[in-house]
Design a protein around this ligand. Sequence first.
Ligand code: SF4
Length: 447
Amino acid sequence: MKDAWRKYLDGRIARYTSYPSALHFDGSVTGDDLAAKCREVDLYAPISLYAHIPFCRQLCWYCGCSMRVENYYSRALEYVDAMIAEIAMHAAALNGRGRPQSVHFGGGTPNYLRPEDVARILSAIEEQLGLTDSAHLSIELDPRILRAQDIENFASLGFDRFSLGVQDFDPDVQTAVNRIQGYDLVESCVSDIRMAGVADLSFDILYGLPRQSMTTFSDTLDKVIALDPDRVSVFGYAHLPSAFPRQRMIDEQSLPTPALRAEMAELADLRLIGAGYRRIGFDHYAKPGNALAGAAAAGRLKRNFQGFADDPSSTILGIGASAISFIDGLYAQNEKNVGAYVGRIDRGESPVVRGLQRTRREAVVAAAIGDLLCGIPTDVGEVLKIAAPAEALQLCAALDRFEAEGIITWQGDRIRLADDAFLLARTVAAALDPYAVAPARGMAYSI
Ligand code: SF4
C-alpha cells in the first residue's frame, strides 16, 4: 500500500451491505408497512428471498453473525414451522405478485438443518410464492458438519451455488478462534461438492485473525488456490467485543496490526489475480467464466446483504429471525431473538419489529455508494446537488484529497476508484455518507 494511504487504515467503516445500515433502524416500521409495500409489487417483478438459519453446533469466537448454539434439534423443527408460516404471510401480502429468482440460505449454519427440513422450506416457497425453474438456490455450509450425503441431497434439491466457510487453514489460528477444521476435511467436501455436479463453489476466508502472520496467511492462500473454488470472498475480521461479547475470548495482543492486515489483503489480491481470478467489487474474486464475474464486467453487479450479487431483483424478502426485507426503499427487519420470533409467528403476528423508510437523499447516497463499491463510475453530481452547502464543500474537499493522493480519478461528474486503491473503497464510500461524517439519530457506525 502506498505510504500516503496508510493514514486511512485505522478507521472503522460500515460494510455498506445496506444503506443506511441496520444501526439506523428503529421501531417505527411494522409488518403492516411491509405488507403494504408487498401489495405494490409488480405482477412479474423479480424477487430475491433470504432465509436465515440461526443455529450453529459450536461458537467461533470471531463470529459477528446473528446465531446461537443449539443442542436440541426439536427447537430447529419449531423454527422451520415458523419460517413456513412466515412464507404464507408473505404470500398473502403479495397475492400472486412477484416471481422469486433466487433463494439464499444464510446463517448461522444452514446445514445445521437436515436436508429434509430445508426441503420443507423450499416446498413452501415453491407452493406459496411460485419459485421459477431458472431460480438460483444458494447455501452457506459449515464443512465441519457437512456429510457427503447432505451434499448430494442439497444438490438434488436444486442448490447450484455452495459457499464453504473456510476462514484460515493454519491450526494455530484455528485454535485461537475456536474453529478447528483440517485441510483434509475441506478438501474432501470440495471433492464431494464437485462430484455432485455443483459448478459454483465459493470460499469465505478471513484476514486479521489472531496469530495470523504473512507466512501463515500465504500458506492458507496456497491451499485455497489449490482447491480451485469458483469464487473467493476475502473479508477483514472486525474485532468489536463491545458489540459481540463472544469476541472477548480472542486475545487482542495476538491480532495483526492495521498495516499487517492491509498487507494480507494485498497479498490475497495479488495471489488470487495471479491464479486467474478477477476482482469483483473490493473483496470478492471470481473465475472469468463465473456469473458474478460476468455481472461485474457488464456493470450489473449489485451490493446487497450477501455482499455482491448478480441478481436482477431490487426486492428482497427476508424469512426467519433477524432477516431483513427490502422493498421500494423500505427496510423491515424481523425479531432477532429466535424464541421471540417463533412466539410472534405462533400468535399470528408479523415478525417485523424494526426498520427504516429510506428518504430521497438516502436513496441517492445509497445508489452512489453501491456503484462505487461495485466498480461502476459513480455520479457524485447527484450527491452534491442534494447535500447542504457545508456538507457539499466537505465532500468536495475529501474528493480533491483522494484525487491528489491517486485514490480516485474523475470522468466528468463521475468518480472511479483507482485499481490499486481497492482497500480504500469503503473509505471513499464513507466520504459520500453524511452519517459517517456526522452520525444521525444518535447512532454511529461500528464496523
Ligand atoms: S462463524 Fe458461522 S459457524 Fe461460526 S459461530 Fe458464526 S455463524 Fe456459526
